[in-house]
Structures are given as structure tokens and as C-alpha cells.
Design a protein. Structure first.
Lengths: 208, 208
């Protein structure tokens, strides 16, 4: 039952550009902080000398003229994803250069295991059918206290350094996303991904 | 008693260059994987919109002709440290360009809160006087089980993607470093830093 074990991370980038209009040598400075989301890809998908085949990451890009778009990384089939930001920014630049939005229906795989879709959080929800939604919030009940069974096929929604906008917050409430937290300090989103992944690993180590 | 609360992370880079002989646009490819250590600096020192004033990071650089050298980041006084690899690589390049080794005695502050020293793990141990040493190892007892009092003034030694060499392992055994672990999966070193930091945060949240 492979698909029961998938863990999905959905990162909402309020200003992250949905196009390839950024400079590789100034990724953080020119991409609406897409670098923040790129680092979450590493945290979710990679471990020491390997790719988490059971992980999936969605980057919801709400910045720039081509927004909204979603980039999806599937650990099960991803190739050539390395942990350094240079590699991640190159991959994102290639994927975000893809086609006209008129040509895109659902998720289109542009690179091995990396796909792009038009739309915002609803494009992700359509793709996530059946996953139990959680939303990471400061001060919410501790992820360590959530029963293992409820985490078996979970999707974790996270804001970036801007936090949540009203539309996303409303949509997550509508789907009944449960607030959970990871401790007393307000952390970078990639650290939150790492902490949730570790908690899932402790419940059920990923397949070798 | 500020200094009782300091948390120190010591990352051993078996191949990471101890000089500024690397390319900013190919940091991961030309620095002996100093990028792996740079990412640990972010994990240890930064949280959402702030610097952990109670954290200190030592990068032990064992690669290249100027090795061994140590770069120390002190959260208490660090400035201009940002989370992206570009910024971290620029900071490291400037610090590692510093002077002749003949001029360096102890730790020399080259940038605000960023210092360099000659030497390897012993240069770190001399600077850490009094800290309780722990060494991160796979399969070791869980950090979650370590009593809070023992973590009050701790130094956590971690390998990079190459793991440990015999000399470091012997030195850590001599000082009585206690093996601890963070779960069932072999993770990137920066994720290990994040997990240990979170466990410390849960025992005693850092000062505002």
C-alpha cells in the first residue's frame, strides 16, 4: 500500500515568483524569496545520500505576473535534485520557463519528477485527494501528540516568512485542516519541514 | 547566567576547503562541499526573522592546502548572516581569505561575530572550556531522553556527509563525548542541527 505512506508538504509562497524571471547569482534577492521555498524542497525530499521516495512537495507561487502556479516535486520519480540552492534554483528556473499557461492542464511534468500547474491552493487540493490536511501554526497542538494513524496519509500546509493571507487561511479552514505546531520558537519553514519529517520517521521509518 | 545557556554546534568537514579558493557560482562543486557546512550555520544560528543569540557554530575545515582551520560564528554578536547560501558563501569567502596563518593566534574576528583560527578539533575544545560534549551518531540513544540539566551547556559534535575520520573519533572518545541520536533515518547534518535545536528549545525556549 505504497500510497498510504506518502507524506505531502505544501508551501505557500506569498511573494515567490511563478516565472523564471530571477537571477541565479542573486536567487534570494530577485525571486520574491523563492529561495525560502527551494530550501523546503531539500528538507522534504532528501536525506543522507538519498531521495525520500515517499515524499511529495508542492510550492504554491503567488508572486509575479504568471502567478498563481504550483510546482510539484515527487520523490518517487525525482532525479537530479541535489541539496544545494544553486541546483535547486536551476531546476526551478527550467521548470518555470515552461510553455504558455494556455497549454497547461493539470500537472505537466517538465523535468523528471518535477511538474508545473496553473492555479493556487485548489490545484494542490485536487491533486491531494484523500490526504488528511494539517496546517502548521505557532502555538497549535504539538505534532508529537498526534496519533500515528492520523498521520498515515497526511498533507502539511505551511506558510513562508510572510505567513498566511486571508484567502489561504479561509480555504484551509473550509477543508478542515487541523492546526499543529512544532515547538515554542518561530522557525524557518524548512526547519518545520525537517521537524515534521522526523516525527513521521519516528512513527514509521521510510522504505529503504 | 547567559553563558550557561549557550548551545554550541561543531561540524567537522572532512573535505571542506579551509581557504577562499572556491567559486561563488559553483559553491557546492568547488569548495570540497563547504556548502554542507554553510547550511548548518543557517540551521544553528537563524530562526524566523532573527538570530539565536545563545548559539555558536564551529566549522572545522580539513580540506585544501590551508587546512586545518576553524571558522566560528557567534550568534551573540553576529551581523549580516542571512539564510541563503549565496550570503553564507560570500561571508565564508571573506573570512577564509584572512591573513597568513602565521598571524593567527586563537580566534581572530574577521567579520562581525565571525572568527577564524588555525587548528582542528583541539582549537575548538580550547574555546569550549566547560561545555558538555555530545557526539551525534546513528543508532545512539535518543536526544529526547537526555535530561534537561545535562543539555544546559552542551556542545554537539557532528560529521558531514563523509562521517568521521579515525583521528576525530579518537579525540571525541578521549574527551568523553556522549553519543546521541535523532531518530531512525540518516539525515543531512543541517537537519540534525535543526532537530537538536528544537529539542533544546522545548527544554528552555531561547531569550527573546
Amino acid at each position: 500500500m505504497y500510497w498510504r505512506r506518502v507524506r505531502s508538504f505544501v508551501i505557500i509562497g506569498q511573494s515567490a515568483v511563478a516565472s523564471d524571471d530571477f537571477l541565479l547569482h542573486d536567487f534570494a534577492g530577485t525571486s520574491g524569496r523563492l529561495d525560502v521555498l527551494a530550501r523546503c524542497v531539500r528538507a522534504a525530499l532528501l536525506f543522507s545520500h538519498g531521495v525520500r521516495r515517499d515524499a511529495c512537495v508542492y510550492l504554491v507561487l503567488l508572486g509575479g505576473p504568471r502567478a498563481p502556479r504550483v510546482v510539484r516535486f515527487q520523490g518517487a520519480v525525482a532525479k537530479f535534485v541535489r541539496p544545494d540552492e544553486r541546483n535547486l534554483s536551476v531546476q526551478l528556473k527550467k521548470v518555470l520557463a515552461y510553455g504558455d499557461d494556455a497549454e497547461i492542464t493539470g500537472f505537466v511534468e517538465v523535468r523528471a519528477g518535477i511538474s508545473v500547474a496553473k492555479g493556487s491552493i485548489d490545484a494542490v487540493l485536487a491533486d491531494l485527494a484523500g490526504a488528511t490536511p494539517f496546517v502548521l501554526e505557532e502555538g497549535a497542538p504539538d505534532v508529537r501528540e498526534v496519533p500515528a494513524a492520523e498521520l498515515a496519509n497526511a498533507a502539511f500546509f505551511m506558510g513562508d516568512h510572510h505567513g498566511w493571507d486571508a484567502a489561504c487561511r479561509k480555504r484551509l479552514a473550509e477543508i478542515g485542516a487541523r492546526p499543529i505546531g512544532v515547538g515554542p520558537v518561530s522557525l524557518h519553514t524548512e526547519d518545520v519541514v525537517t521537524l515534521v519529517s522526523n516525527e513521521l520517521d519516528r512513527r514509521e521509518p521510510p522504505p529503504a
